[in-house]
Design a protein around this ligand. Structure first.
Ligand SMILES: [Zn+2]
Length: 176
């Protein structure tokens, strides 16, 4: 008989999610719940994530918000998203060369895709260009970024790599 105590959350609602049933625990004994989203998707979630308000849908809410912001699915959105991943997500393969080295994204861009998109379109963005920082010691901000071809971007990276003389082989993950 299980002596494990947990808050019975069956039937409770969190945003769009209705908790259906207890599904056991993860390795840290956090209760896992099967939830039904208003859109019809079923997902399993940690109870703590539900109670904290971090998770309020199966993911459809996030997708809708992004669609409203406009441009999700476009190349420029992927560039913006990739930039955020490199700088903010420690699990991203390129994070250690960006966020891990203190490369940050300016306030006007970080939570505001339309602002980034508007800057891009009024500063020479084209579908065959990639975003590059003029000064690699500085972050992503309007004053320090421009659109260059991938080969120009590679050339600059190689130049910089030569200067730094890294011992380890660097596999850069490009902006797209
Ligand atoms: Zn959903």
């Amino acid at each position: 008989m299980s002596k494990q105590k947990f808050l019975d959350m069956a039937g409770k609602r969190f945003g769009r999610l209705t908790v259906l049933s207890h599904q056991g625990s993860d390795k840290n004994w956090n209760a896992i719940w099967l939830c039904l989203c208003d859109c019809g998707e079923e997902i399993v979630m940690l109870g703590s994530n539900l109670r904290s308000g971090n998770t309020r849908s199966c993911g459809c809410l996030h997708r809708e918000v992004m669609t409203k912001h406009g441009g999700k699915g476009t190349r420029i959105f992927r560039i913006w998203h990739g930039m955020k991943q490199r700088c903010e997500n420690p699990r991203n393969a390129a994070y250690r060369y960006y966020g891990g080295k203190g490369v940050v994204i300016s306030k006007e861009w970080i939570g505001d895709f339309p602002a980034f998109r508007d800057w891009a379109f009024s500063n020479g963005y084209a579908d065959d260009l990639t975003i590059d920082r003029l000064d690699s010691n500085k972050g992503y901000c309007p004053e320090n970024c421009e659109w260059v071809t991938q080969s120009e971007n590679n050339r600059r990276m190689n130049e910089q790599r030569g200067r730094i003389k890294r011992k380890e082989k660097v596999n850069y993950v490009y902006a797209l």
